[in-house]
Design a protein around this ligand. Structure first.
Ligand code: URA
Length: 255
C-alpha cells in the first residue's frame, strides 16, 4: 500500500513536528530507494522501498523485521532462563540484540530451531505468520544439512537414509517410533554427507544417523528451500536483515 513521504516520516517517531519533517525533505536529507526526494507528497510503497534520513534507515513502528543468521556452535535457539544465564550459555537472540530496538527484540521468534551444537542457517522474525508458513509440518520445505559422522557411512546406511529410517520421538513424555520420509543423500568428496529432508522432527538428523549406528560430530544447515547460506556471505555469528518478500521469494522459489 502506498503512503505519502511526509506521512511516513511523521509516523516514524523521529521528528518532533510536521515542520521538521518538511524541512528534512526540502533539504534533500531523505532518500527513497536510493534517490533524494524533495516532494513531501511523494507516494511510495513502504513495504518494498527503503527510506533513509541522513544515512539511517527509517521504519514504521509495528512493521515486521526478519533476519537470517549464520548460527555458531554452542548457542541455543531459546530465550535464556536464569539457570542458563548462570551457566554462561548464549542465545541466538542475544546475537541480534545490538541491531534491534527493545520492542523488536521482545517479539522476535526463531523459525524452527537448531540444536545447541548445530551451526548454519537460521531465520528469526517478528512475524508469526512467516514462522508458520516456513516451519509448519505442512510446508514441506526442503532443508539441506551438511553432516560429518564419526565413521564414513556405508552404502547400505546411505540407502536406508534415502528410503527413510525408524527413529524414536518423544511427545508429551511418550516415546514413539517414527518412520522418516524419503530423503536426498549426496556424499561429497571430503566425505561430508548432504542430507536434504522436508520435515523437521526434534533432532531428526542426529537421530537418523544414530539409529544406523553413526554419531554426528558436525551438523550444519546449508539451506532452507531456495535460500542458501553459502550465497549470503555471512560469517559465523553474523546476521543480515532481509525484506520478508524477498526472503519468501528465495525460500519458495517464487518469481
Ligand atoms: N536435525 C538435528 O538433529 N539437529 C538440528 O539442529 C537440525 C536438524
Amino acid at each position: 500500500m502506498k503512503v505519502r513521504l511526509h506521512q511516513f516520516l511523521s509516523r516514524t517517531g523521529q521528528f518532533s513536528s510536521k515542520r521538521e519533517v518538511k524541512e528534512a525533505i526540502w533539504a534533500g536529507e531523505v532518500t527513497v530507494a536510493g534517490s533524494v526526494i524533495k516532494d513531501i507528497a511523494f507516494q511510495f510503497n513502504a513495504n518494498t522501498k527503503e527510506v533513509h534520513w541522513k544515512g539511517n534507515m527509517l521504519r514504521l513502528p509495528g512493521l515486521h523485521r526478519t533476519y537470517v543468521l549464520n548460527k555458531p556452535r554452542g548457542v541455543i535457539c531459546s530465550r535464556l532462563n536464569r539457570q542458563e544465564r548462570s551457566l554462561g550459555k548464549r542465545s541466538v537472540f542475544e546475537l541480534l540484540r545490538t541491531f534491534v530496538d527493545d520492542s523488536t527484540y521482545d517479539r522476535m521468534l526463531t523459525v524452527g530451531r537448531l540444536d545447541e551444537q548445530t551451526t548454519g542457517l537460521l531465520i528469526l522474525t517478528t512475524d508469526g505468520h512467516l514462522v508458520h508458513r516456513i516451519a509448519s509440518p505442512d510446508s514441506k520445505i526442503e532443508k539441506a544439512y551438511a553432516v560429518k559422522t564419526d565413521l564414513p557411512p556405508s552404502e547400505e546406511a546411505l540407502d536406508a537414509l534415502r528410503k527413510g529410517v525408524e527413529i524414536e520421538l518423544e511427545e508429551n513424555g511418550v516415546v514413539q517410533a517414527y518412520q522418516t520420509l524419503p530423503a536426498q543423500v549426496v556424499v561429497e568428496e571430503d566425505g561430508t554427507v548432504v542430507l536434504t529432508i522436508s520435515e523437521g522432527k526434534k533432532r531428526q538428523v542426529r537421530r537418523m544417523f544414530a539409529t544406523l549406528g553413526y554419531e554426528v560430530i558436525d551438523l550444519h544447515r546449508r539451506s532452507i528451500g531456495g535460500l542458501n547460506l553459502g550465497l549470503l556471505n555471512l560469517a559465523e555469528g553474523a546476521s543480515l536483515e532481509m525484506d520478508e518478500r524477498l526472503l519468501c521469494q528465495s525460500i519458495f522459489n517464487e518469481s
